[in-house]
Design a protein around this ligand. Structure first.
Ligand SMILES: Cc1cc2nc3c(=O)[nH]c(=O)nc-3n(C[C@H](O)[C@H](O)[C@H](O)COP(=O)(O)OP(=O)(O)OC[C@H]3O[C@@H](n4cnc5c(N)ncnc54)[C@H](O)[C@@H]3O)c2cc1C
Length: 807
């Protein structure tokens, strides 16, 4: 066995092997994969092998699409035969909201470029003569979907990797992993040890155990999943074509043809459970199946028989019952783990056969080039923190499994696994009707429901519309108060803190105490990694804020950039402070009633901060800035004082008509100010010039990480540019990832949108070709299958001079 390698991958299922192959294709060949049994002997060998395109996420669609394009070519590429069945697929819709979803996904198919169409129930028989169409409102037909033998495709990628120089050790078990003082990882196996620069956890059902050796978390549950194959059916023997794979919300199952029989795999909507009582499998568990539980899944099988009577026509040939890894959000984990560098997760896939090729390709790009060509945020394992405990993971994964073919409307979330992280004001806000959404474990208010109805989730504007309009207008006309305690918060301290922050961020760090800047962390290629607000509390003390969801991600971004010779400490203080946003023309009057501080502009200017007593609570950090484009302050309050400050502001605000507001109103307000969002407009495949953020790049600074690459990217010219669009108003707004057309051709993509209540305009951001950014340029945006006119408008539609902010 080798004693050193650049990369060691633990686990030889499709995820590990897919990564090995693509690392080799990227040119890294000193790479090793270690498998305790035979390749595919975990979950991979027994999978049904379906590879669908239909998906509500553009990035995930690209992952799926890559696999379906690669697998049929693998035999040619590697010499190893792969049985690919290009039978197509039908995703059925049985409610109006599901039809809306099909229309949204149709837009994604236009962006991704795969062949698909929405067909009516009467057309279904043309493609699937045996399907009963009761209750079906529409179907999404994909043409190039298929299914594949999972072992074939994995072994072909293994052959391809070996051909390029990669090494695979079978029948070798990894027993431990340790970080070495030189930053490398030591992988302990029963055949000897290997040191490596990068270690990858692709251990499938064991990935949480493997993660625990190094103090990492891999939030997965091993769900029991079953599919049934019948004996051959005469009608299918006689059929000249292969039937498309059907995904049916009625039976909550996939139904397809398999060797002239029918294959049905239901995702039970109740009674699903984990394997092995929630414990990891035995170490000698290899190519085994679990006892079947046919009686338990009978209700869904009966519905499948109603949908496809051929299924009930003949006897059962085999039942496959096995473990499937499942994460709480149903998306696999792929990317760096939080903590020391170069520990990567690549596991947790529940549709891993379809995803193994694409997931491997994009993680290989990230490892080799420092970033992938797609946005990897939704796969990043750091979207889960320590709040994702075993109990939470199991409860939510079971719920997610129950909802596999359920159509989640935008903003709709699981109701289990909630209230993990709550603001000090949670119960108070709930009494005001707060409608909470979960974000990075936190509960955060979206809007305030005065009717007690709760949110009616929909793809279109729904019952929150009037309340959100009132909240947004209160901020524009009077004053609004919002709890944004979810901000990720860091303290950067030490004698080199100023130099360190200046070296790693693109903007100039304030030279005076109390100064605030918005700034970005770029990677070495000049792309945008993070957006931070940096407040200078003292020469050696900075308060750094970022998005709730970026708490672990940005902690890594900051600490990975610190050099050993820099005297700097970085502490996460997220839970120590609550945050209140007080904004609107009357905000000064309200705050004045609660503090002795002089709040007038000359002594408390925009983009400055002071630490003061507010409502008797000491050490409140007052930051004069908001994300809503009005006069206002962020109050960063020691957590214990939140209720006191909140009560005082509510009381002082009452005569001014203060209103609570939530994230829906905040989105409306920030869209009116054309403020970009991290994760939507600002992502790691975009540079600052493309995002029209050049004013935040200080090229007059001697150097900062990503400066040289940014400047050379600028010289080369933008591939696309962000534009701000006014969109024709109907009953819905852009959500992001809608295709943007010009002269009948897809030329761009929306990144986010919303309705500006103060301006009465539906607004969106989109990336379009650089020669189509002039004010007035017209586009068509496909929103739920309909073309909506949009035109480039000047930034911003509300208070372009920032006069209100500086008031
Ligand atoms: C019944 C069923 C049907 C399915 N149908 C489909 C489908 O139609 N389409 C689809 O896309 N997906 C399907 N799946 C899901 C798919 O099987 C999984 O998503 C996929 O196989 C996961 O691959 P993996 O590489 O992450 O895990 P695995 O295949 O489990 O691979 C992990 C490997 O790591 C090895 N390992 C673990 N720990 C160690 C260690 N310490 N040392 C050395 N080796 C180690 C294991 O032995 C194992 O071989 C199905 C799953 C089931 C159960």
């Amino acid at each position: 066995m080798k004693s050193h390698a650049r990369v060691v991958i633990v686990g030889g299922g499709i995820m590990g092997v897919g990564l090995l192959y693509h690392l080799a294709l990227e040119g890294w060949t000193d790479i090793v994969l270690i498998e305790k049994g035979e390749l595919t002997s975990g979950s991979t060998w027994h999978a049904a092998g379906q590879c669908p395109h239909f998906n509500g996420s553009l990035n995930m669609t690209k992952v799926h699409m890559y696999g379906t394009e690669l697998y049929p070519r693998l035999e040619k590429l590697t010499g190893q035969a792969v049985s690919w069945h290009p039978c197509g697929g039908l995703r059925l819709a049985t409610t109006d909201e599901e039809v809306n979803w099909l229309k949204y996904v149709y837009g994604i198919s236009r962006l991704a470029g795969y062949e698909g169409e929405i067909i009516g129930p009467s057309e279904i028989k043309k493609y699937h003569p045996f399907l009963e169409t009761f209750g079906i409102k529409a179907a999404f037909r994909t043409v190039t979907d298929g299914h594949v033998a999972p072992a074939d495709v994995t072994n072909a990628m293994a052959t391809g990797a070996r051909n390029l120089g990669a090494t695979i050790y079978r029948r070798t078990r990894v027993n431990d992993i340790k970080l070495l003082p030189n930053g490398e990882w030591r992988v302990f196996t029963d055949q000897g040890n290997i040191d490596c620069e990068h270690v990858v956890n692709s251990a499938g059902s064991y990935c949480d155990v493997v993660a625990s050796w190094t103090g990492h978390i891999a939030p997965i549950a091993n769900m029991l999943h079953q599919y049934i194959i019948t004996e051959p059916v005469q009608e299918l023997i006689d059929l000249k074509m292969e039937l498309p794979v059907v995904r049916d919300p009625y039976s909550h199952a996939y139904l397809r043809e398999e060797t002239n029989g029918v294959l049905v795999g239901p995702y039970e909507t109740a009674t699903a459970h984990t394997c092995w009582d929630g414990k990891p499998p035995r170490w000698d568990y290899e190519s085994e199946l679990e006892p079947n539980e046919l009686d338990r899944i009978m209700p869904w099988l009966e519905k499948a028989t109603e949908r496809l009577p051929l299924f009930g026509q003949t006897g059962i040939k085999s039942v496959i019952s096995g473990a499937i890894t499942h994460t709480p959000d149903g998306v696999y984990l792929s990317g760096p783990a939080h903590g020391p560098r170069n520990y990567w997760m690549h596991c947790g896939a529940s549709i891993g056969i379809c995803q193994g090729g694409g997931a491997g390709k994009y993680l290989a790009q990230w490892m080799v080039h420092g970033q992938a060509e797609i946005n990897m945020r939704e796969f990043d394992p750091r979207r889960f923190g320590t709040w994702a405990t075993k109990d939470y993971t199991t409860e939510v994964s079971v719920a997610d499994y129950h909802h596999m073919y359920y159509c989640y409307k935008p903003a709709e979330q699981h109701q289990v696994g909630r209230n993990l992280r709550t603001s000090a004001l949670h119960d108070t806000l709930a009494k005001h009707g707060a409608q909470f959404a979960q974000i990075f474990g936190w509960e955060r208010a979206r809007w305030y429901d005065r009717t007690g109805e709760g949110e009616a989730y929909s793809f279109r504007r729904s019952n929150w519309w009037n309340a959100v309009r009132d909240e947004a207008l209160a901020v524009r006309e009077r004053v609004g108060l919002m709890d944004l305690s979810t901000f990720a918060k860091f303290e950067v301290k030490g004698k080199d803190a100023f130099a360190f922050l200046n070296r790693i961020t693109a903007n100039k760090v304030p030279e005076k105490d109390g100064g605030i800047i918005l700034t970005h962390l770029l990677n070495e290629n000049g792309f945008i990694e993070s957006e931070l607000t940096v407040t200078r509390l003292a020469a050696d003390h900075f308060y750094v804020l970022s998005a709730a969801a970026a708490q672990l991600y940005d902690m890594d971004q900051l600490s990975w950039r610190k050099r050993e010779d820099e005297s700097v400490t970085i502490a996460d203080v997220t839970d120590s402070y609550g945050v209140l946003i007080l904004a609107g023309p009357k905000s000064r009057d309200v705050l004045k009633a609660c503090t002795d501080t002089d709040l007038t502009s000359p002594s408390f200017r925009w983009l400055t901060a002071k630490t003061r007593t507010v409502a008797g609570v000491e050490n409140v950090r007052l930051l004069r800035m908001t994300y809503v484009g009005e006069l206002g302050w962020e109050l960063h309050v020691p957590r214990a004082g939140m209720q006191q400050v909140f009560d005082a502001l509510m009381k002082a605000g009452a005569p001014h008509g203060l209103s609570l507001f939530g994230t829906y109103a905040m989105n409306s307000l920030r869209m009116e100010k054309a403020y970009r969002g991290w994760g939507s407009e600002l992502t790691a495949e975009i540079d600052m010039f493309e995002a029209s953020m050049e004013r935040f790049i200080r090229t007059d600074k001697p150097d900062f990480i990503g400066k040289a690459a940014s400047l050379s990217r600028k010289q080369k010219g933008a591939r696309m540019k962000l534009v701000y669009l006014g969109v024709d108003n109907t009953d819905s707004d852009c959500m992001g990832n809608e295709p943007v057309y010009r002269d009948g051709k897809v030329v761009g993509v929306t990144t986010s949108g919303g309705f500006g209540h103060a301006t009465g305009t539906s607004l969106a951001f989109a990336y379009v070709p650089p020669d189509a950014t002039a004010i007035g340029t017209e586009f068509d945006i496909m929103v739920f299958g309909e073309m909506r006119k949009a035109r480039v408008i000047p930034e911003s539609i509300w208070d372009p001079e920032n006069a209100r902010i500086r008031a």
